[in-house]
Write a protein that binds this ligand. Structure first.
Ligand SMILES: Nc1ncnc2c1ncn2[C@@H]1O[C@H](COP(=O)(O)OP(=O)(O)O)[C@@H](O)[C@H]1O
Ligand SMILES: [Mg+2]
Length: 457
């Protein structure tokens, strides 16, 4: 078979556009795909000079240089299209006689690329909004918590020093981040430092940084201190009550003067930071005992915000659990809901570790849960036996309840509450009353007497 005879029909059957041009830029051939893709009939273009139609065409470059262009992306003005082309010299007896171009219309791809960029931009904008959702997380049904959040919002966009009081795990850091996000410093750094974890000997080099060669083992080029890193932004000093008296006076000096000297440095550096600090300690008590400097206390205690423990705002359990669960479901790629009875249990439990404990418990349950609902069976056993606890009824270990009037009850009443709740719980978990009786280790008679006493159905 003489293949040469078929070359034209081969070119005609291609899906890519083909255009052949002679040395003087005369167009001598376009295939059917060219006409289809660009809407130009062959008779309208053959015989014309490319130079006159598209003076900056890449094809003309190849005509001139004799060097092929492979996978070349360009915009063709006369066609108003983005194309990807292979442009190769056409040779006869070792002499270049023209150029063959095989090209694809990629306008659609370019358009989609543009769309993709637009969506990427939208996604990053949404992500930014999501990242600024800390005040949303702090929405609450408890009056005490609402007051704390209102105050935080009110002072967000000022430079006032804020001190957050609250037990461990109540969300002090989330408050600090929310305040930072709502301030005009939101596009600058938010640096959080836990004072309990900085050894006294390293306080200055961590906070102020050091100059190169200021001590043996110091890093080449020195090191930036946390103050420098937080400059123009917000500095969150967590666990402020854990600082030694010595470090307290060093901190006081910076706060007063807003200037400091690097370790091994000779000049004073200015610093512009908004300070938010936090503690689970009772600083006034510490002052009395000589453990906390009074002057530092007054410097820091400009806007005190008290965050209530979770056990005093159990009305928030549902909202908190929903939010935390949503985040966890994303993390674990699951879709899990909480059963009503689990929420009931949550409201009875005392949450000594506050929202941190709630978050940990939910994570543990989600990780092991294979059903669409978290039920009582998924609650870690250790917690079930802690709850309902005696302290649940009387907040024995609650030392932040100065404002709360505790009602003291006879021992019998105190013990009855957990007993009733535990019996109800075992009944719910058991398949039959007989099984519950066995689990509780009671006689049938004693069991029914208790049901009657506590009016359990
Ligand atoms: N309102 C809230 N919504 C969701 N998660 C919270 C909330 N408050 C606290 N948490 C979570 O609980 C944990 C402890 O919060 P954190 O702010 O570090 O508490 P604290 O600083 O008071 O010890 C963190 O994992 C945090 O994400
Ligand atoms: Mg903390």
């Amino acid at each position: 078979m003489r293949l040469e005879k078929h070359f034209i029909s081969i070119l005609e059957s291609l899906h890519d556009a083909v255009i052949i041009i002679l040395m003087d830029s005369t167009i001598v051939y376009v295939n059917q795909a060219y006409s289809n893709q660009f809407g130009v009939p062959a008779n309208k273009i053959i015989g014309k000079k490319l130079k006159a139609i598209e003076e900056n065409s890449r094809i003309l470059d190849v005509l001139e240089s004799g060097r092929p262009l492979i996978n070349d992306y360009s915009y063709v003005y006369s066609l108003k299209r983005d194309v990807c082309a292979n442009i190769t010299p056409l040779m006869e007896n070792g002499k270049m006689i023209g150029v063959v171009t095989i090209m694809k219309d990629i306008s659609e791809v370019t358009h989609l690329q543009g769309e993709l960029m637009k969506y990427r931009h939208n996604v990053s904008e949404l992500q930014e909004k999501l990242d600024r959702k800390n005040f949303v997380k702090l929405e609450s049904n408890s009056i005490e918590m609402q007051k704390a959040v209102q105050l935080a919002k009110k002072v967000s966009d000022t430079d006032a020093t804020i001190i957050l009081y609250g037990e461990s795990g109540v969300g002090k850091e989330i408050f600090a981040q929310a305040i930072h996000e709502a301030s005009s410093r939101c596009n600058q750094a938010f640096m959080a430092i836990n004072m309990a974890t900085i050894p006294e000997a390293l306080f200055e080099s961590e906070m102020f940084g050091y100059e190169e060669g200021s001590f043996t083992g110091s890093k080449k080029g020195g090191k930036k201190g946390l103050l420098e890193l937080a400059n123009k932004g917000t500095l969150f000093l967590d666990e402020i009550g854990e600082m030694s008296l010595n470090t307290q006076s060093k901190l006081l000096r910076v706060i007063q003067e807003r200037k400091y000297q690097k370790v091994g440095g000779t000049t004073l550096q200015s610093v512009d930071v908004r300070i938010i600090c936090a503690t689970h300690r009772h600083l006034k008590e510490m002052i009395k005992k000589g453990e906390f400097r009074e002057d530092l206390y007054y410097r820091l205690n400009v806007v005190p915000i008290h965050i209530p423990p979770l056990r005093n705002r159990k009305e928030d359990l549902e909202y908190l659990s929903k939010n935390i669960l949503n985040e966890l479901c994303l993390k674990y790629g699951k879709h899990v809901l909480i059963d009503e009875e689990v929420l009931d249990w949550m409201k009875r439990y005392n949450w000594p570790g506050n929202v941190r404990e709630l978050s940990n418990v939910l994570e543990r349950m989600i990780a092991v849960c294979m059903k669409p609902y978290i039920t009582l069976e998924d609650i870690p056993e250790t917690l079930i036996f802690e709850s309902p606890s005696i302290s649940d009824s009387i907040h024995l270990e609650d030392n932040s309840s100065e404002n709360q009037q505790e009602t003291l009850l006879p021992l019998r009443d105190i013990l009855e509450k957990p007993e009733r709740e535990y019996i109800e719980f075992v009944i719910r978990k058991s398949k039959s009353k007989t099984e519950a009786i066995k689990t509780l280790g009671l006689s049938r008679k004693a069991f029914y007497a208790k049901l009657k006493k506590y009016q359990i159905q």
